[in-house]
Design a protein around this ligand. Structure first.
Ligand SMILES: O=C(O)CCC(=O)C(=O)O
Length: 269
């Protein structure tokens, strides 16, 4: 296979409770990424709505295939001719009190090609800081991936990053994406090491688009959107605030890492 270079981008946001405002921000940052040459762009987890209570996400959930958030994503993919990984948005679930935390993937012609519902729901209680996604989210049950021109792309969301068996179950991917809204507390301790570990053990690129900053309800997210290469090196990173992180997927480098250190072939289990 001839080596191929593809520019990819992670969008970092500090999303607000205002869906229209977040769509306007995403529109501007996706255009910036595409203008700089990215042909695959990922938005962060909960990019259309953050900084309220978790329960408020339920009232903003869209029906699959309908609503301003999905309309924007399909239109942005088509307008820029990019693969768009739509971070996550709240979609209605079969429980009226809960949503699915969902990644939708659009092809460059704006067609929806994949849906992944976050499987692992975050729970954390340190006394002053506590989260329990299971109160408002229904977990997904199906692994998500799709074929891009440079290879297979595996889908995961935020807390999923802590479960290496999910990535093994995807099969060999050239790229794993991790839209996230990591807490500042757990992110400063674990985010980079987990992303680099997933890249090293799966010998693939990892693109993580994050929320990064202080949201209107006072919640602080860790940011540090990044691209990690299959050797585990961080190629690009943005610590905090809105912006775009860009880098290249190099299939020649990927093949070289797998050839010189054939750990994936040496698996016994
Ligand atoms: O795993 C973590 O430390 C953070 C996860 C998280 O914030 C989430 O899944 O929303």
């Amino acid at each position: 296979m001839t080596a191929k270079l593809t520019t990819v981008a992670a969008i970092q946001m500090v999303s607000t409770p205002d869906v229209a405002e977040n769509i306007a921000t995403a529109r501007r940052l996706v255009a910036q990424a595409a203008g700089a040459g990215a042909t695959l762009v990922s938005l962060p987890e909960y990019w259309p709505i953050m900084g309220m209570t978790d329960l408020d996400k339920v009232s903003h959930a869209e029906q699959p295939g309908d609503g301003p958030i999905q309309h924007f994503m399909a239109q942005a993919a088509r307008e820029h001719g990019i693969w768009l990984i739509g971070g996550t948005l709240p979609l209605v679930s079969n429980d009226v009190a809960k949503v699915m935390n969902t990644t939708l993937v659009y092809k460059p012609d704006g067609t929806l090609i994949e849906r992944y519902d976050k499987i692992h729901l975050f729970g954390f209680n340190q006394g002053v800081e506590a989260y329990d996604e299971a109160r408002t989210i229904v977990p997904g049950e199906r692994i998500g991936s799709f074929e891009a021109p440079f290879g297979r792309v595996g889908l995961s969301v935020c807390y999923d990053l802590r479960f290496p068996e999910l990535y093994r179950a995807m099969g060999e991917c050239a790229l794993i994406v991790v839209p996230a809204a990591f807490t500042y507390t757990t992110g400063s301790a674990h985010w980079e090491v987990l992303l680099r570990a997933r890249a090293i053990e799966n010998q693939c690129y990892v693109l993580a688009a994050a929320q990064g900053g202080t949201h209107r309800n006072g919640r602080r997210t860790f940011g540090h959107s990044m691209l990690v290469d299959p050797w585990g090196e961080v190629k690009a990173v943005l610590a905090e605030g809105e912006g775009v992180v860009e880098g290249a997927i190099d299939t020649g480098f990927l093949a070289g890492v797998r050839e010189s250190l054939p750990a994936l072939k040496h698996r016994k289990l």
